[in-house]
Design a binder for this molecule. Structure first.
Ligand SMILES: NC(=O)c1ccc[n+]([C@@H]2O[C@H](COP(=O)([O-])OP(=O)(O)OC[C@H]3O[C@@H](n4cnc5c(N)ncnc54)[C@H](OP(=O)(O)O)[C@@H]3O)[C@@H](O)[C@H]2O)c1
Length: 335
């Protein structure tokens, strides 16, 4: 299959190449795309060197599939141009996610929404994907009334420039001596601020978690109360999640539902210090859950801790799984 990766020099783009290789995605022609700044640079894919090309050049070669991780502006402008030449676009940016005509897909949860007419398909936000994977089967059985979620998101969630800021700080450089991505130092700090602030006092990242949850679970009535924070962790997002159900439940049943949910791994043995941590989720595709306990402050509620590698299941892996789903459904050619 002729496959373009748009944003190939970025953190997600690099991981996208790894995931395509690992999953033996049937790539017959590889088109690495980045901004004009990177055209002519070399990237390695499948043991071979490839020269980065412009989006225009890639479009002229009519790819079957383009996986985008180049930011909302690039997706807005370029995704329709790729789609116009018959290319299926899987987009990691936030631009198309809430468009009522575009599907927002987590393959384990709502694979059924895809139709042959879908040419631009949106990949959800990283914090939403990891939250919804363990939540979807619980919602089916116990009906979630309300979610209260606080995130502890790693710097890789902001891309290459953010990682460079934290590395500079760890080398001892002072504020003003390096190019800052965040409005404050990030190392030895926590910023309760991800993406821009909106008029309602929430950030865009927080509202993504609200709106995307409603769209993916097809239930606009679930209450979602989010706070998102950036922590000085290199990779892997963590979330403290509180759920209130409509129906009574047994904790053991929640655990066994998760144990049989594809993509979810239970790490929950506090007596032996077993619980999910970002350092150990790095490089893995699963969403790790633990610290499961009943919430004594409501009639039917739980608290738990949830960790995942934001660049894998939160971005690259989910996008490649969407592409695999398109093949399975016959919307992309089998090679
Ligand atoms: N990091 C995460 O955890 C995560 C998770 C989910 C989704 N995402 C989304 O994925 C996207 C990229 O994130 P990232 O972390 O990989 O960022 P990044 O490290 O900053 O990389 C951005 C990439 O986009 C390319 N690019 C920028 N403008 C472009 C244009 N006009 N045309 C073609 N390519 C262009 C850059 O090319 P140059 O190198 O030439 O500048 C680079 O390859 C964002 O939309 C982000 O929201 C990120």
């Amino acid at each position: 299959m002729k496959v373009a990766v748009v944003g190939v020099t970025g953190l997600v783009g690099q991981r996208m190449m790894e995931v395509l290789e690992e999953r033996n995605f049937p790539v017959t022609e590889f088109l690495p795309v980045a901004s004009e700044r990177s055209v002519g640079k070399t990237v390695k894919f499948g043991g071979k060197d490839y020269t980065v090309i412009s989006a225009e050049e890639a479009i002229s070669r009519k790819p079957d599939l383009a996986i985008f991780s180049a930011g909302a502006g690039a997706s807005k402008e370029l995704a329709p141009k790729f789609a116009e030449v018959g290319c299926r676009v899987v987009d990691n940016s936030s631009y198309w996610r809430m468009d009522p005509d575009k599907k927002l897909v987590i393959p384990e949860i709502n694979p059924d929404v895809l139709t042959p007419d879908d040419y631009i398909i949106a990949n959800p936000n990283c914090s939403t994907i990891q939250m919804l994977l363990p939540l979807a089967p619980l919602h089916k059985k116990y009906h979630i009334k309300r979610i209260v979620v606080s995130t502890y998101q790693s710097v890789t969630g902001s891309g290459n420039k953010a990682v460079a800021q934290m590395e500079a700080e760890r080398e001892g450089k002072q504020w003003g001596e390096y190019k800052a991505f965040y409005p404050h130092p990030i190392d030895e700090n926590i910023l309760p601020h991800i993406d821009t602030f909106l008029d309602n006092g929430y950030t865009k990242e927080e509202m993504k978690m609200v709106n995307e949850t409603h769209k993916i679970l097809r239930d606009p009535l679930i209450g979602v109360s989010p706070t998102t924070a950036r922590v000085p962790v290199i990779g892997g997002h963590s979330e403290s999640i509180n759920l209130e159900f409509e129906k009574d439940f047994e904790l053991e049943d929640i655990r066994s539902i998760w144990e049989s949910t594809p993509g979810v791994t239970v790490q929950d043995d506090p007596a032996n210090n077993v619980y999910p941590m970002p350092k150990f989720a790095l490089g893995k595709d699963d969403v790790f859950v633990g610290r499961l306990r009943r919430d004594p402050s409501v009639t039917y509620g739980i608290n738990f801790w949830c960790v995942s590698d934001n660049i894998r299941k939160g971005a690259a892996t989910n996008a490649v799984q969407i592409a695999e789903l398109l093949i399975e459904k016959g919307f992309l050619p089998r090679y």
